[in-house]
Write a protein that binds this ligand. Structure first.
Ligand code: MN
Length: 234
C-alpha cells in the first residue's frame, strides 16, 4: 500500500518528467511573438493584409528572435517584462546593450502598436477624460492630428511618432528614432505610429504623409483612453 508521501513523490517525479521536455527546448521565459488581435486583412484598405503579414511574422518576429539571442549572455532577464529589461539596459553586459535596446524596443513598440489599431472607422474618436486632455493640450482633435502628423512626417529615416503623457500639459507629441521606446526618456506612450518604410511601403510607396493621414482612420481610441487612464494612475 503506497503511503501518502510515496504518492506525492511519484506525482512530483511525474510532473518533473512532463516538464523536462519543455525545459530541454530552452524556451522557458524567452520572449515570444504575440498573436495579432485581429485577422491580417482587418485594417484594409488602410493597411493591406500583405503588409500586416510581413510586418508581424517577419519584422516583429525578428525583433523577438534577436532579443532572445542577445539575452543568451544575460539569461536571468528571460521571463521579465520587456519594459523592465529596457529600463535596466545599463545593468546588461555592455556588448549586448545596443541589440537589446533595438530589438527589445522593437518587440515592445510593435506589441503595443497592434493593439492601438482597429477596423477603419470603427472607433469614432476620443471621448471623456481623453478628449478633455487632448483639447487641453492641442486645442482640439485637429490640433492633435496636425502635431502628430508633423512629428511622423519629419522623423528623418526610421522611427516612431508618439502621443505621450505630458509634463506641463496632460499630453504631448514626441518622436523617437529607430526602435527607441518612449520609456527610455521616462515617458508613457498612449498612441504610436510606426513610420519605418516596412510599415507602409508596399501600399503607399514613398508617400509617408498619405499613410499617416489614412492611418488616423484605424486608431483604436478605446485603447488610447485605456492607456491614458492607466498611465495617469501609475
Ligand atoms: Mn515596424
Amino acid at each position: 500500500m503506497p503511503t501518502r508521501r510515496d504518492v506525492l513523490r511519484a506525482t512530483a517525479a511525474g510532473a518533473a518528467a512532463l516538464a523536462a521536455p519543455r525545459l530541454a527546448l530552452a524556451q522557458e521565459g524567452k520572449f515570444t511573438l504575440p498573436k495579432l488581435p485581429y485577422a491580417t486583412d482587418f485594417l484594409e484598405p488602410v493597411i493591406d493584409a500583405e503588409t500586416m503579414t510581413i510586418h508581424h511574422t517577419k519584422h516583429h518576429q525578428a525583433y523577438v528572435d534577436n532579443l532572445n539571442k542577445a539575452l543568451e549572455k544575460a539569461p536571468e532577464w528571460y521571463g521579465k517584462p520587456v519594459e523592465e529589461v529596457l529600463r535596466n539596459l545599463d545593468k546588461l553586459p555592455k556588448d549586448i546593450q545596443t541589440a537589446v535596446r533595438n530589438n527589445g524596443g522593437g518587440h515592445l513598440n510593435h506589441s503595443q502598436f497592434w493593439t492601438m489599431m482597429t477596423k477603419p472607422g470603427a472607433s469614432a474618436g476620443p471621448t471623456g477624460e481623453l478628449a478633455k486632455a487632448i483639447d487641453a493640450s492641442f486645442g482640439n482633435l485637429d490640433g492633435f492630428k496636425k502635431a502628430f502628423a508633423a512629428a511622423a512626417q519629419t522623423r528623418f529615416g526610421s522611427g516612431w511618432a508618439w502621443l505621450v503623457v505630458g509634463t506641463d500639459k496632460p499630453l504631448a507629441v514626441v518622436s523617437t528614432p529607430n526602435q527607441d521606446p518612449p520609456l527610455l526618456d521616462g515617458k508613457a506612450p498612449v498612441l504610436g505610429i510606426d513610420v519605418w518604410e516596412h510599415a507602409y511601403y508596399l501600399k503607399y510607396k514613398n508617400a509617408r504623409p498619405k499613410y499617416v493621414e489614412e492611418w488616423f482612420k484605424v486608431v483604436n481610441w478605446d485603447t488610447v483612453a485605456d492607456l491614458y487612464s492607466k498611465a495617469k494612475k501609475s
